[in-house]
Design a protein around this ligand. Structure first.
Ligand SMILES: *Cc1c(COP(=O)(O)O)cnc(C)c1O
Length: 219
Protein backbone atom coordinates (compact mmCIF):
# COMPACT_ATOMS: atom_id res chain seq x y z
CA UNK A 1 0.00 0.00 0.00
CA UNK A 2 1.19 3.50 -0.80
CA UNK A 3 1.49 6.35 1.70
CA UNK A 4 -1.54 7.98 0.04
CA UNK A 5 -3.61 4.79 0.48
CA UNK A 6 -2.53 4.38 4.11
CA UNK A 7 -3.43 7.98 4.90
CA UNK A 8 -6.81 7.64 3.24
CA UNK A 9 -7.60 4.48 5.19
CA UNK A 10 -6.65 6.01 8.52
CA UNK A 11 -8.55 9.24 7.87
CA UNK A 12 -11.68 7.25 7.11
CA UNK A 13 -11.45 5.79 10.61
CA UNK A 14 -10.92 9.09 12.41
CA UNK A 15 -13.87 11.04 13.77
CA UNK A 16 -13.98 14.61 12.51
CA UNK A 17 -12.83 16.17 15.79
CA UNK A 18 -9.64 14.07 15.92
CA UNK A 19 -6.49 15.65 14.45
CA UNK A 20 -3.96 13.43 12.70
CA UNK A 21 -0.26 14.02 13.28
CA UNK A 22 1.74 12.08 10.68
CA UNK A 23 4.83 10.89 12.53
CA UNK A 24 7.62 11.06 9.96
CA UNK A 25 10.71 10.60 12.16
CA UNK A 26 13.56 8.74 10.37
CA UNK A 27 11.66 8.91 7.07
CA UNK A 28 13.13 10.57 3.96
CA UNK A 29 11.84 13.87 2.57
CA UNK A 30 10.21 12.07 -0.37
CA UNK A 31 7.89 10.20 1.98
CA UNK A 32 6.80 13.45 3.62
CA UNK A 33 6.31 14.99 0.18
CA UNK A 34 3.98 12.11 -0.75
CA UNK A 35 1.93 12.63 2.39
CA UNK A 36 1.87 16.38 1.72
CA UNK A 37 0.57 15.79 -1.79
CA UNK A 38 -2.24 13.69 -0.29
CA UNK A 39 -3.23 16.71 1.77
CA UNK A 40 -1.44 16.01 5.06
CA UNK A 41 -0.22 19.23 6.70
CA UNK A 42 0.78 18.20 10.24
CA UNK A 43 3.97 16.23 10.75
CA UNK A 44 5.51 14.94 13.97
CA UNK A 45 9.23 14.50 14.58
CA UNK A 46 11.20 13.55 17.67
CA UNK A 47 14.61 15.08 16.92
CA UNK A 48 15.01 18.84 16.61
CA UNK A 49 17.85 18.72 14.09
CA UNK A 50 16.02 16.31 11.80
CA UNK A 51 12.80 18.33 12.06
CA UNK A 52 14.65 21.57 11.25
CA UNK A 53 16.25 20.06 8.15
CA UNK A 54 12.84 18.90 6.94
CA UNK A 55 11.25 22.27 7.76
CA UNK A 56 13.93 23.97 5.65
CA UNK A 57 13.29 21.85 2.58
CA UNK A 58 9.51 21.38 2.60
CA UNK A 59 6.59 23.77 1.95
CA UNK A 60 6.04 26.41 4.61
CA UNK A 61 2.36 25.66 5.23
CA UNK A 62 3.34 22.47 7.08
CA UNK A 63 2.80 22.49 10.83
CA UNK A 64 5.67 20.86 12.69
CA UNK A 65 4.99 19.09 15.95
CA UNK A 66 7.82 18.09 18.27
CA UNK A 67 6.69 14.83 19.83
CA UNK A 68 9.93 13.64 21.41
CA UNK A 69 11.80 14.42 24.59
CA UNK A 70 13.18 17.96 24.38
CA UNK A 71 16.55 19.08 25.71
CA UNK A 72 16.47 22.65 26.95
CA UNK A 73 19.64 23.69 25.12
CA UNK A 74 18.05 22.76 21.77
CA UNK A 75 14.76 24.64 22.08
CA UNK A 76 16.30 27.65 20.34
CA UNK A 77 16.68 25.73 17.08
CA UNK A 78 12.94 25.18 16.64
CA UNK A 79 11.54 28.26 18.39
CA UNK A 80 11.17 30.15 15.13
CA UNK A 81 8.79 27.71 13.52
CA UNK A 82 7.52 24.86 15.75
CA UNK A 83 3.72 24.69 15.90
CA UNK A 84 3.17 22.45 18.93
CA UNK A 85 5.54 20.86 21.45
CA UNK A 86 3.95 17.70 22.87
CA UNK A 87 6.50 16.53 25.41
CA UNK A 88 6.82 19.31 27.99
CA UNK A 89 7.56 17.57 31.27
CA UNK A 90 9.09 20.22 33.51
CA UNK A 91 8.64 23.86 34.44
CA UNK A 92 12.31 24.47 33.61
CA UNK A 93 11.69 23.31 30.05
CA UNK A 94 8.51 25.36 29.74
CA UNK A 95 10.38 28.46 30.95
CA UNK A 96 13.08 27.93 28.34
CA UNK A 97 10.44 27.56 25.61
CA UNK A 98 8.83 30.77 26.86
CA UNK A 99 12.16 32.59 26.72
CA UNK A 100 12.93 31.42 23.19
CA UNK A 101 9.38 32.19 22.06
CA UNK A 102 9.74 35.75 23.35
CA UNK A 103 13.03 36.14 21.43
CA UNK A 104 11.14 35.13 18.31
CA UNK A 105 8.15 37.34 19.18
CA UNK A 106 5.88 34.30 19.24
CA UNK A 107 3.57 32.41 21.52
CA UNK A 108 4.41 28.70 21.32
CA UNK A 109 1.70 26.12 21.99
CA UNK A 110 2.65 23.26 24.28
CA UNK A 111 1.22 20.07 25.73
CA UNK A 112 2.25 18.79 29.14
CA UNK A 113 3.34 15.17 29.07
CA UNK A 114 1.88 12.94 31.75
CA UNK A 115 3.40 9.64 32.76
CA UNK A 116 0.68 6.99 32.40
CA UNK A 117 2.59 3.86 31.36
CA UNK A 118 3.92 1.16 33.62
CA UNK A 119 7.34 1.33 32.02
CA UNK A 120 9.93 3.25 34.00
CA UNK A 121 11.58 4.65 30.91
CA UNK A 122 8.79 6.81 29.57
CA UNK A 123 9.03 10.51 30.31
CA UNK A 124 6.33 12.61 31.84
CA UNK A 125 4.92 14.26 34.93
CA UNK A 126 2.95 12.46 37.60
CA UNK A 127 -0.54 13.81 38.22
CA UNK A 128 0.73 15.39 41.43
CA UNK A 129 3.65 17.08 39.68
CA UNK A 130 1.29 18.32 36.99
CA UNK A 131 -1.01 19.99 39.49
CA UNK A 132 1.89 21.48 41.45
CA UNK A 133 3.28 22.91 38.24
CA UNK A 134 0.11 24.60 36.98
CA UNK A 135 -0.64 26.00 40.43
CA UNK A 136 2.80 27.62 40.79
CA UNK A 137 3.34 31.36 40.39
CA UNK A 138 6.23 30.70 38.00
CA UNK A 139 3.81 28.93 35.69
CA UNK A 140 1.18 31.63 35.83
CA UNK A 141 3.51 34.43 34.74
CA UNK A 142 4.56 32.77 31.49
CA UNK A 143 3.33 34.87 28.57
CA UNK A 144 4.91 33.37 25.46
CA UNK A 145 3.84 29.78 25.93
CA UNK A 146 0.29 28.50 25.79
CA UNK A 147 -0.56 25.16 27.35
CA UNK A 148 -3.26 23.67 25.15
CA UNK A 149 -3.54 20.20 26.59
CA UNK A 150 -1.91 16.95 27.61
CA UNK A 151 0.03 14.18 25.96
CA UNK A 152 0.67 10.64 27.09
CA UNK A 153 1.95 7.28 25.90
CA UNK A 154 0.45 4.00 27.02
CA UNK A 155 2.49 0.93 27.87
CA UNK A 156 3.66 -0.99 24.81
CA UNK A 157 1.67 -4.18 25.34
CA UNK A 158 -0.94 -6.45 23.76
CA UNK A 159 -3.03 -6.11 26.91
CA UNK A 160 -5.71 -3.76 25.61
CA UNK A 161 -7.38 -3.52 29.02
CA UNK A 162 -4.14 -2.13 30.42
CA UNK A 163 -3.83 0.37 27.57
CA UNK A 164 -7.44 1.47 27.99
CA UNK A 165 -6.96 1.94 31.73
CA UNK A 166 -3.94 4.18 31.11
CA UNK A 167 -5.81 6.30 28.57
CA UNK A 168 -8.68 6.67 31.02
CA UNK A 169 -6.21 7.95 33.61
CA UNK A 170 -4.93 10.57 31.17
CA UNK A 171 -8.46 11.62 30.23
CA UNK A 172 -9.39 12.14 33.87
CA UNK A 173 -6.22 14.23 34.38
CA UNK A 174 -7.27 16.26 31.37
CA UNK A 175 -10.79 16.82 32.72
CA UNK A 176 -9.38 17.84 36.09
CA UNK A 177 -6.93 20.29 34.53
CA UNK A 178 -9.72 21.81 32.44
CA UNK A 179 -11.22 23.13 35.65
CA UNK A 180 -7.97 25.04 36.30
CA UNK A 181 -6.77 26.19 32.88
CA UNK A 182 -8.77 27.96 30.22
CA UNK A 183 -8.56 26.92 26.60
CA UNK A 184 -7.45 23.35 27.28
CA UNK A 185 -8.69 21.29 24.35
CA UNK A 186 -5.95 19.01 23.03
CA UNK A 187 -5.62 15.47 24.33
CA UNK A 188 -2.77 13.86 22.41
CA UNK A 189 -2.97 10.11 22.86
CA UNK A 190 -2.86 7.14 20.52
CA UNK A 191 -0.28 5.76 18.07
CA UNK A 192 -0.46 3.16 15.27
CA UNK A 193 -1.09 0.27 17.61
CA UNK A 194 -3.57 1.83 19.99
CA UNK A 195 -5.22 4.87 18.43
CA UNK A 196 -8.64 3.30 18.16
CA UNK A 197 -8.74 2.66 21.90
CA UNK A 198 -7.39 6.18 22.50
CA UNK A 199 -10.21 7.70 20.45
CA UNK A 200 -12.81 5.69 22.34
CA UNK A 201 -11.31 7.12 25.54
CA UNK A 202 -11.47 10.73 24.39
CA UNK A 203 -8.35 11.47 22.35
CA UNK A 204 -8.51 14.59 20.17
CA UNK A 205 -5.11 14.12 18.52
CA UNK A 206 -3.44 10.92 17.36
CA UNK A 207 0.24 10.53 16.46
CA UNK A 208 0.58 7.89 13.77
CA UNK A 209 3.83 6.84 12.13
CA UNK A 210 4.33 3.27 10.98
CA UNK A 211 0.74 2.75 9.81
CA UNK A 212 1.28 5.62 7.36
CA UNK A 213 4.95 5.38 6.38
CA UNK A 214 5.73 1.73 7.14
CA UNK A 215 8.04 0.31 9.79
CA UNK A 216 11.03 2.41 10.81
CA UNK A 217 14.54 1.19 10.25
CA UNK A 218 16.92 2.27 13.01
CA UNK A 219 20.02 0.50 11.72
C1 LIG B 1 7.26 7.33 17.15
C2 LIG B 1 6.19 7.94 17.95
C3 LIG B 1 4.84 7.81 17.56
C4 LIG B 1 4.38 7.02 16.37
O1 LIG B 1 4.54 5.66 16.57
P1 LIG B 1 3.90 4.55 15.57
O2 LIG B 1 3.77 3.36 16.41
O3 LIG B 1 4.89 4.40 14.46
O4 LIG B 1 2.60 5.09 15.10
C5 LIG B 1 3.89 8.47 18.34
N1 LIG B 1 4.23 9.18 19.42
C6 LIG B 1 5.49 9.32 19.82
C7 LIG B 1 5.79 10.14 21.03
C8 LIG B 1 6.52 8.71 19.11
O5 LIG B 1 7.79 8.86 19.52
Amino acid sequence: MSIADNLKKIKERLPEQVTLVAVSKTKPIGDLQSAYESGQRIFGENKIQEMTEKWESLPKDIKWHMIGHVQRNKVKYMAEYVDLIHGVDSLRLLKEIDKQALKNKRVISCLLQVHIAEEETKFGLSQKELLTMVDSDDFKVLKNTKVKGLMGMATFTDDTAQVRKEFKTLKSCFDLLKTKLLDLHVLSMGMSGDYQIAIEEGSTMVRIGSSIFGARNYS
